[in-house]
Design a protein around this ligand. Structure first.
Ligand SMILES: Cc1cc2nc3c(=O)[nH]c(=O)nc-3n(C[C@H](O)[C@H](O)[C@H](O)COP(=O)(O)O)c2cc1C
Length: 230
């Protein structure tokens, strides 16, 4: 067992994180005033090098008791309200956010050696935004969302497929496109901080953190930015 653990540690230590000689340059002196602009530049860079799921982000939430959970989500939009994601309001993450709206999101693009970290407050954008997102989904995704019950115990795969088939039949019968899962929601994380982390070819890293100034409504507050220690 100890020999196995030693092998595991050696193996893990030998795994590469980045191809350092292929990392794109990042000059924090040229960073824009708004972190959303830099995020979108980095997202486009990730798409350009063929990063798988470049719009996937990790979302960490904590419930009222402080219990933390994290999961991967797809970024649906980015505007003055923040970084949007869609999920069911009955899901555990939505329940945690209803108790405690503080959350964090991260993106990681290994081919670029880049990470973005956000901290902030999550807002439910309401029924209309949820319905619009739901109706923009392909029929199979609408059916999956209609099934609901995300993260509840499942007795068998067949039970799920039966529920999914019934939901898909409802979606396919909805020729007018008015059927919406009432609990489907879009949420936006409005950040207090956005940190950009870039690996550099010399085995170092650059970290640039944006912080929202303390006063004014969130969308109007200016950002201050500065380097932080690696
Ligand atoms: C690449 C990827 C994308 C995902 N996108 C979403 C998403 O957009 N919305 C969602 O509710 N779950 C998505 N999931 C599933 C979540 O990671 C998670 O398993 C699920 O939402 C249940 O989370 P919860 O129990 O914390 O509420 C995705 C998973 C992966 C791996």
């Amino acid at each position: 067992m100890i020999a196995d653990l030693t092998d595991l540690r050696t193996w893990l230590r030998g795994l590469p994180s980045f191809e350092r000689d292929r990392l794109p340059p990042f000059d924090p002196e040229d960073a824009p005033a708004d972190p959303a602009d830099l995020f979108l530049t980095w997202l486009r860079d990730a798409v350009a090098v063929g990063s798988p799921a470049p719009h996937a982000m990790n979302l960490a939430t904590a419930d009222a008791a402080g219990a933390v959970t994290a999961r991967t989500l797809i970024l649906k939009d980015l505007d003055a309200r923040g970084w949007h994601f869609a999920t069911g309001s009955h899901s555990p993450k939505a329940a945690a956010l209803a108790q405690n709206p503080n959350a964090a999101m991260t993106s990681f693009w290994p081919a670029l050696g880049r990470q973005v970290r956000l901290t902030g407050i999550v807002h439910d954008l309401g029924e209309e935004a949820g319905a619009a997102d739901f109706l923009a989904r392909p029929p199979t995704s609408r059916a999956a969302a209609l099934v609901g019950r995300q993260s509840e115990p499942l007795a068998s795969r067949q039970e799920y497929w039966d529920a999914y088939a019934a939901a898909l039949a409802r979606v396919e019968a909805d020729v007018d496109g008015v059927l919406v899962a009432p609990e489907w929601r879009v949420y936006a994380l409005t950040p207090h901080t956005v940190e950009f982390w870039a690996a550099t070819p010399d085995a170092g890293q650059i970290r640039l953190r944006y912080r929202r100034s303390a006063d004014g409504p969130s969308a109007d507050r200016a950002w201050t930015k500065g380097l932080i220690w690696p």
